[in-house]
Design a binder for this molecule. Structure first.
Ligand SMILES: N[C@@H](CCC(=O)N[C@@H](CS)C(=O)NCC(=O)O)C(=O)O
Length: 215
């Protein structure tokens, strides 16, 4: 049995694991970590059940009792067993570059969330809104423009699209002060990835079952 450990939030790092398994009907235990348990894990490197977390970070998955971390690595594992990755080396690398881009985008946004100086935070968010995020979205839109289908890779939905769906869901949610909900509106192909994954029947089923609403 596979277990996925993360907080009770639909953040892309965890959702790419949960949703790829769910879509493909692969049973897994969806372990939601409380805030106190998370803080304790960062400090001690242990989950509440005594399992050691390799990098003191979440998400992690547990397979046959072994814990594995790092979003990219475990997204690929879940993608492989869910048939949402690729057996072709080039297409696999094309999927990886999107997951790595999602990580890079997350890092530039997260650094502004950690910023304690309120004035600096406002300036950083302006830079994100006006320059940094549009730059990344343009790169992603260019990649999509070179594809023959609406998807990032191989004419089908993969973990690249699922990761991007939730990353964009976060960035357009309005939860990040200074980042408008319209931030991807000028990138129609990218926006379409969000729309199409979001309206996938199994994804809809997952959101309603797990969160009681669309996320
Ligand atoms: N490189 C890791 C980063 C994961 C990460 O930053 N996770 C956050 C939660 S979204 C975390 O555990 N932060 C605690 C910490 O870094 O101390 C990955 O790709 O999974």
């Amino acid at each position: 049995m596979i277990k996925v450990y993360y907080s009770h939030t639909p953040f892309w790092r965890a959702e790419v694991l949960r949703v790829s398994l769910y879509i493909s009907n692969i049973p897994f235990e969806d372990v939601r970590i409380s805030r106190d348990e998370f803080i304790n894990m960062i400090k001690t490197g242990f989950l509440p059940n005594g399992k050691r977390v390799p990098f003191h970070q979440l998400p992690v998955i547990e397979v046959d009792g072994k814990i594995i971390g790092q979003t990219g690595a475990i997204a690929r594992y879940c993608g492989k067993i869910s048939n949402l990755y690729s057996n072709d080396n080039i297409n696999a690398a094309k999927i990886d570059q999107i997951i790595d881009a999602a990580t890079d985008i997350t890092n530039i946004v997260s650094s502004t969330i950690r910023e304690k100086d309120e004035q600096k935070k406002i300036e950083d968010r302006l830079l994100l809104k006006n320059k940094l995020l549009p730059r990344w979205f343009k790169y992603l839109e260019n990649i999509l423009s070179q594809e023959t289908s609406e998807w990032f890779v191989e004419n089908k939905m993969t973990i690249a699209d699922i990761a991007m769906w939730r990353l964009l869901g976060w960035l357009t949610s309005g939860i990040i002060d200074g980042i408008p909900t319209t931030i991807v509106d000028n990138y129609p192909k990218l926006k379409n990835i969000h729309y199409t994954v979001h309206h996938n029947a199994k994804v809809q089923e997952w959101m309603l079952k797990t969160y009681g609403k669309e996320i």
